[in-house]
Design a protein around this ligand. Sequence first.
Ligand code: FAD
Length: 305
Amino acid sequence: MKTLLVAEYRDGALLNSTYELVAFAEKLGADSAMFVVGGENDLPQYDGTVYLADASKYNDFNPAVHKQLLLDVIAKEEPETIVFSHSSYGWDLAPRIAIALNAAQISEVIDVVDNTFVVPSCNSKLRRDLQSKTSQTVLTLQGGAFGLADEPSGTPTVEKIDTDTTPQIEFGGYEAVEKGGVDLTKADIIVSAGRGIGKPENLEIISQLAEALGGEFGASRPVVDSEWTEHNRQVGTTGQTVSPKLYVACGISGAIQHLAGMKKSEFIIAINTDKDAPIGEVADVLAVADLKELVPALTEKIKNL
Ligand SMILES: Cc1cc2nc3c(=O)[nH]c(=O)nc-3n(C[C@H](O)[C@H](O)[C@H](O)COP(=O)(O)OP(=O)(O)OC[C@H]3O[C@@H](n4cnc5c(N)ncnc54)[C@H](O)[C@@H]3O)c2cc1C
């Protein structure tokens, strides 16, 4: 089996998600080649062919142009699978490629077992097993679902590629998330609030436990999306990746996008009313309890130590 990995490059740097694509190809047991609109001085550590288009000429993104560059490589390589990250780049480009190839697209893949692709459903509470019925398949991989066991290594063979496709839009650039405020990546202790806190007023009991422990409070995405706290406190694929000594997940189910941001924590305590919540799979301790009762009681105990 042959797979084509579509790496991403942004603001002069190759994205780390490139190595998640490589890890996926390894798990699939497929021969791979890579496509990137990137820079000659920032190539991946990778043993294989990299088809390289010049980002200074074609920008970090431009749909019609990147699509044509990629279709030319697909015509040459004839891969069975074309693999993107489940990112804004992949969301835009993958369906364009799937339509052009008349190929099935399977999005948000979190695992692969014997050519069956596993994707989350029902807000990550269930999983679906999918098989493609077309000869070529376009995939997007959920962030953090695949990782290399070892540090990346290798030197690619580079093939430069070009196109004379006329851009239909002008790419304005990516807008960086505003930095400032708390830096969770530096915290040794993080107590995070999930949707299970129920209402914004309950964030107070989470921040009080964080304070009593000498740490910071974080949050899952729904808490941030509801504007109960600021984005720099979000943990997960679209937030911060943290690895504190202690991570306390309060009312967080353990969706893969959240786990990707915190599963490397040294010790994980989860507080959840649901004994089967997926967070239990990574937690060292799962307290099956109502956070509104347990968290203030814990804070009180710690304060009195
Ligand atoms: C592209 C993409 C990127 C994403 N990026 C992120 C990201 O960076 N970070 C992130 O967190 N999510 C991210 N998500 C969202 C993710 O899929 C989940 O929807 C989200 O993590 C769920 O948040 P939650 O666990 O707080 O809420 P839920 O899944 O609703 O879980 C709430 C939990 O609280 C428990 N609970 C309820 N009441 C109580 C109580 N009184 N006491 C104790 N427990 C209680 C419930 O049993 C449940 O397990 C992303 C999704 C997508 C598609």
